[in-house]
Every structure is written in structure tokens, then in C-alpha cells.
Write a protein that binds this ligand. Structure first.
Ligand code: MN
Length: 433
């Protein structure tokens, strides 16, 4: 696990004034991403600082970074971060320290290497070869199970094996790109036969994403004690889901077109180094639950493998946009509601010999609170459409309508440390084609 060092000092500030105070991107965060500067230059690596983006290719060209961080800077300034992710924690840590010093208030201010983030376009931070989505939010699993199997909500395997499915990487997009309502075969239980057409029950799933750093060879596993070091960082993830398609198609092989049309992520990789102060013990399992099998159990992972991240989901309707109202927040929860740690997901994924590659993306599964204040999807909030909810604008929703925009935000907070944010995971629904 990454340790706490001078880059986490509460008193540290930057010569980038907007980074000081209540920014999601203070000098203690320094997340990596790929951006296109204004004027349509080539995509390149950047680091978010306040409301600015530090241009890594530009500081590389200017020769401003030397020493052990230089090799990492070369990789992080490329048009995709796959090679940087593959390089592992030591180069990443060296570059973090160098960028911290470069942006520190005591360093010479170099605003010529910044771009206003609002004027830039974010791209996918890495080429995602493979995307796997898990089901590690136990309250979501219970709530969703209750809707379909009230007498037996949680299947008997849930507390033994991290459940997941292999998702579709080609349709993952960074925040800001709209999502088109999918067409497909839809059939609700009350209907006698399926029809083909636009999904009617379009939903979100609030999740965290984990970016794979170094991978493993085919036929070799990653032991639980080493699994955390195979993650480079985290993002917010929205696993868009068409529930009326899902209910009809998911048996016997799992989700298919109900989820492969789009996944939206926040574009910044918040590194494991930035998250070091916000690790937490994995919440204790109820006494009646089984212990994880030995290949999924590691003492250090149990002590500090969880992530203390506050999550919120907001809906911004066309009416709110027209009337200049604020988006409506319908969910406030925490990533501490995951039943499995990210390391356990990695250990399980590779336990059969499956190889992960740098830039692979893992989704945690929908994260919901045990009560109804922080539900991670509309299917849970509206009990599959039976109980519509009212927005702050007076509008009513069962599921998403065309023009609705979903915004996910995440913040890590701890006394004695500066809070960091993930940036937005945001997309608007376009009508079906
Ligand atoms: Mn999901």
C-alpha cells in the first residue's frame, strides 16, 4: 500500500491559486489524465491542479524535470497512459513527488505550462483492453435480489465468491460524452412476448472503477498480498443499464445488450498514492457470515484495503437546465459499503490464471447504502418503477428520460488531511437512434 509522505501535508499549497481552498484537485491530489488543449492540439498527458491542467508534454519538452521522475514523465506525457500505468508504483511515486515540488507554493510559478481545464477536452486516460464489472455492493445485491426473489434475495454464493461479468470496453467513454438510449429486445414480466425498440427502463449504476497497473502472465495468479500493488488508481464509473432489456436477456449467461451500449467514467486517475490517507479497514462481516477463503484473505488488506470515499448522484433534467435550477441529488453514500476489497477482486479475477493487462478497468458493482439515503441505481430507488420519485423541480421519474443528465461525484475526506475529489462522471441521455 502507498504510504503517507510530504505530498499529503495538510499545510501544503500551490502557486496555482485555484488549487487552494476547496478544490477537488488540491496539490495533495495530482490525478493523471489525457486531455486535448484548446486549439485542437494532439492529446497528451496532464495533471489536474485546481481549475487548471498541467501540460506534462510541455514540461518534458522544456527539460524542467530531471532525475528519477524523468522516465515516468516521458510515459505520462504520451497520448495514452497505458505505458505509464504499466511502469508501476515507483516511477509513479517519483513523478508525483516531482510534480508536487514543481507546483508547490515555494517553487517558481510557471503558469505558461497550464491550460484552463474548462477550455480542454478530456479523453480516455488509457486504452482499456478488458473491462470487468463486479457485484461487490452487498446492499445493492440484496435490494436487487429482493425485487426479483423476495423470499431469497442474496444467492448462496454471494458471500463466498466475488461475482462479476466480463463487460464491453469499446463503449467506455469519458465524462461529458452523451449516451444514446439503446434499442433492444425488451420484455417486462407482465408482457407475454418481447418487442424490439428503445429501452424504456433506462437506469444508472453508481460504481468505482479501478485501473490496473502491472498485469500478470496467463496461467499465473496474483496472490491477495500483492494484489493492491497491481492497481494504479481509481475513477468514478456509471454502468448504464437498460432494465427492461436486462430482465429478459440475462438468463442464463448474464447481462449483454442491457449494459454494453455505454459506460461512463470520470476522466482522471486518482492514484493509490493520493488515496493513501483515505484507506480504511474493510468493514467487519456479520458474525454469521463465512470468512473469506484463504486465497481472498490478507491481514493487511483487511486492515487498510477499503476506500473511504463519499459518493453522490445527481439528476439534471432539461426543465432544471431551462429554469436554471440546481441538479437534484438523490443519493449520498460511501464506498465503504463494498463487501469485497479491490485487492480481493484482483486476486479472485486472476485466481484461475486469467491475465490482466495494464489499462484494464475493473468496476466494483453498484454501491448502495443499507438504508434508502444512498441507493446506487433507480431500480432500487423506485422499486423497479413501482414507486416513482419526485425531483426538486416537481417532475416525477421512474427511470431516465431523454435529455436527463446524470452526474456522479466522489470525495475523500479525513480529519488532518486535505480532501480530494474525483471530478465529475457526467453524461446526458440522447434519444434512441
Ligand atoms: Mn454494474
Amino acid at each position: 500500500m502507498a504510504s503517507i509522505d510530504r505530498t499529503h501535508e495538510q499545510g501544503a499549497s500551490s502557486w496555482v491559486a485555484s488549487a487552494n481552498g476547496h478544490s477537488e484537485f488540491p496539490i495533495q491530489n495530482l490525478p493523471f489524465g489525457i486531455f486535448v488543449p484548446p486549439g485542437g492540439d494532439e492529446p497528451r498527458g496532464g495533471v489536474a491542479i485546481g481549475d487548471q491542467i498541467l501540460d506534462l508534454a510541455a514540461i518534458l519538452e522544456a527539460g524542467l524535470v530531471t532525475g528519477p521522475a524523468l522516465a515516468a514523465l516521458v510515459l505520462a506525457s504520451e497520448a495514452t497512459l497505458n505505458a505509464f500505468l504499466a511502469s508501476g508504483s515507483e516511477p509513479r511515486q517519483a513523478l508525483r513527488l516531482a510534480l508536487f515540488d514543481f507546483l508547490h507554493v515555494n517553487a517558481v510559478a510557471r503558469p505558461e505550462f497550464l491550460h484552463a481545464a474548462a477550455a480542454c477536452t478530456m479523453r480516455m486516460p488509457a486504452t482499456v483492453g478488458d473491462y470487468t464489472d463486479f457485484f461487490a455492493g452487498i446492499h445493492h445485491a440484496t435490494n436487487a435480489g429482493t425485487i426479483f426473489r423476495p423470499e431469497n434475495p442474496l444467492l448462496p454464493n454471494y458471500k463466498y465468491v466475488p461475482i462479476g461479468y466480463h463487460g464491453r470496453s469499446s463503449s467506455i467513454r469519458p465524462s461529458g460524452e452523451p449516451v444514446r438510449r439503446p434499442n433492444g429486445q425488451r420484455k417486462l414480466p407482465a408482457e407475454t412476448a418481447p418487442t424490439f425498440g428503445p429501452a424504456r427502463n433506462l437506469d444508472i449504476e453508481l460504481e468505482l472503477g479501478a485501473w490496473v497497473a502491472g498485469g500478470n502472465f496467463l496461467g499465473q495468479s496474483i496472490p491477495i498480498g500483492k494484489a493492491a500493488s497491481h492497481i494504479a488508481g481509481f475513477c468514478l464509473l456509471n454502468d448504464w443499464s437498460a432494465r427492461d432489456m436486462q430482465a429478459w436477456e440475462y438468463q442464463p449467461l448474464g447481462p449483454f445488450l442491457a449494459k454494453n451500449f455505454a459506460t461512463t467514467i470520470s476522466p482522471w486517475i486518482v492514484t493509490v498514492e493520493a488515496m493513501a490517507p483515505f484507506r480504511a479497514p474493510q468493514p467487519k462481516r456479520p458474525a454469521e457470515d463465512p470468512e473469506p477463503l484463504p486465497y481472498l484473505f490478507d491481514k493487511t488488506d483487511q486492515n487498510e484495503g477499503a476506500l473511504d470515499i463519499d459518493l453522490e448522484v445527481l439528476l439534471f433534467s432539461p426543465k432544471m437546465r431551462t429554469e436554471q435550477q440546481a441538479p437534484y441529488c438523490f443519493s449520498r453514500g460511501s464506498a465503504l459499503n463494498l463487501y469485497w476489497t479491490i485487492a480481493q477482486l484482483i486476486a479472485h479475477h486472476t485466481s484461475g490464471g486469467c491475465n490482466l493487462n495494464p489499462g484494464d478497468l475493473l468496476g466494483t458493482g453498484t454501491i448502495s447504502t443499507p438504508d434508502r439515503t444512498g441507493l446506487g441505481c433507480l431500480m432500487e430507488l423506485t422499486r423497479n418503477g413501482l414507486e416513482p420519485f419526485t425531483l426538486s423541480s416537481g417532475e416525477v421519474r421512474k427511470f431516465l428520460e431523454d435529455g436527463d443528465e446524470i452526474i456522479i461525484r466522489g470525495h475523500a475526506r479525513r480529519d488532518g488531511f486535505v480532501s480530494i475529489g474525483f471530478g465529475e462522471c457526467r453524461a446526458e441521455i440522447l434519444p434512441a437512434f
